[in-house]
Design a protein around this ligand. Structure first.
Ligand code: ADP
Ligand code: MG
Length: 402
């Protein structure tokens, strides 16, 4: 996918204009509603700050949780998000409810104003990508800016249809940075290109394995995914997590990319799935019927390290073991360290992968960490992201009048 054919916020004249920014402010909250991680709010600041600094009037919105369309429950309110954004930016952020049909609040906005628009998924038609809703929202603003990579794979009114009807539609810096990094990793990558696809299940990553298999020089599998591949190669995995019904698929992938899919040669096992279960390292040929494979072993790591060290580009999704348990974290830690030490361009994404990167303290040494789980995977799968496709459409010159 070509990822440069869209207009960027930085190239749009916003002075005196009302700028509608669709961010991803869907932060995790505890039971009392307190924000437990404000990474997404912080990541959204550059777009907002840029538009404000250049004299725009900014309205920013996002979805939060899974509200029912048509009703704003207290738990679904962006109020804590507005408060936190206000703290970060050192100014008040007024929160506007009922902003689609609720009067002419937008006509009083002036340069330098910043407001937050309540949870956009409360608006009827948001999830269905409604044209009518998008047209109403387009009338609220002069410029539409999508800065929400995390929802780029979902065609909804604020992520997709609004881009079609807004006077100007552009990508914010966060979305643009994601697309630039992904484009660099997959568009015309520095070779060898090494992908590490691991995690719990083949079923969630089957398309990814097939698509990446076509593009990469080495496809490293790990975690529960590797277990299914070990079965496919005729090995034994005891009671380990695997998907026997996908053994045929795994066999087909191994056959389609001969020599490109190294399998673990040794593994770390336990007799039960628990943090305190005694760990036993053994050759993959020695796995017993009552064993659970919970990590790759040191010999496997030693085989993978030079591949990662010599890679021109590395794409990583999925921990290679149950890294949440310290006794089974060594494989994932070693992979993370090898990626951090490699001079290749590295890109990583996925909820648990990012958690592992944080846990092992290598975040600063991975070239790019994607903020979008589902969107990241869909991009790697070679799918078109609707939110990006519409921005690219809008960047094309209009057909000349007849
Ligand atoms: P991501 O969120 O990065 O895409 P996944 O959700 O696919 O990754 O997989 C992450 C989970 O896979 C982790 O919780 C990890 O404990 C689990 N996992 C990894 N290896 C194994 C294994 N051998 N057996 C069981 N679970 C595993
Ligand atoms: Mg996950």
């Amino acid at each position: 996918m070509k990822a440069t054919g869209f207009l960027r916020l930085a190239d749009v004249e916003v002075h005196g204009k009302r700028v509608f920014i669709r961010s991803d402010l869907n932060v995790p909250q505890d039971d009392a509603g307190a924000i437990t991680d404000d990474t997404r709010i912080r990541a959204s600041v550059p777009a907002i700050a840029d538009a404000l600094a250049r004299g725009g009037a900014v309205m920013v919105t996002s979805h939060l949780g899974r509200p029912t369309e048509g009703t704003l429950a207290d738990a679904d309110s962006l109020a804590p998000v507005a408060a936190r954004l206000g703290e970060i930016m050192g100014r008040e952020v007024r929160l506007i409810r009922d902003w689609v049909d609720g009067g002419a609040w937008h006509s009083t906005l002036t340069a330098g104003d910043l407001v937050m628009l309540e949870n956009c998924r409360v608006n009827r038609g948001e999830k269905k990508d409604s044209v009518e809703l998008a047209q109403k929202m387009a009338r609220l603003c002069d410029v539409y800016c999508n800065d929400a990579f995390g929802t780029a794979h979902r065609p909804e009114a604020t992520t997709h249809m609004l881009a079609r009807y807004a006077r100007i539609a552009c990508a914010g810096p966060l979305l643009a940075a994601e697309l630039d990094a992904l484009g660099r990793a997959l568009g015309n990558p520095q070779r060898p290109l090494v992908a590490i696809v691991a995690g719990s299940k083949v079923s969630t990553k089957l398309t990814l394995l097939r698509t990446l298999g076509e593009r990469v020089d080495t496809l490293i599998v790990g975690g529960g995914i590797a277990n299914t591949f070990i079965l496919a190669a005729g090995g034994r995995i005891g009671k380990s997590l695997a998907e026997p019904d996908l053994v045929g698929e795994a066999r087909a992938i191994i056959a389609a990319f001969p020599g490109k899919v190294p399998l673990p040669v040794d593994v770390v096992c336990a007799k039960r799935f628990a943090a305190d279960a005694p760990a036993q390292t053994k050759a993959v040929t020695d796995v017993a019927d009552d064993d659970l494979i919970l990590d790759i072993g040191p010999q496997s790591v030693a085989l993978l390290e030079p591949l990662i060290a010599n890679a021109g580009t590395i794409v990583w999704n999925g921990p290679v073991g149950v890294f949440e348990f310290d006794a089974f974290a060594a494989g994932t830690r070693a992979i993370a360290s090898a990626i951090a030490a490699s001079t290749g361009f590295s890109i990583a994404g996925g909820g648990d992968t990012v958690a592992a990167i944080t846990k092992f303290g290598v975040a600063g040494r991975v070239s790019y960490i994607s903020t979008g789980g589902g969107a990241f995977l869909e991009f790697l799968e070679g799918k078109t992201l609707p939110a990006v496709a519409v921005l690219e459409e809008r960047a094309q010159p209009l057909p000349s009048p007849r």
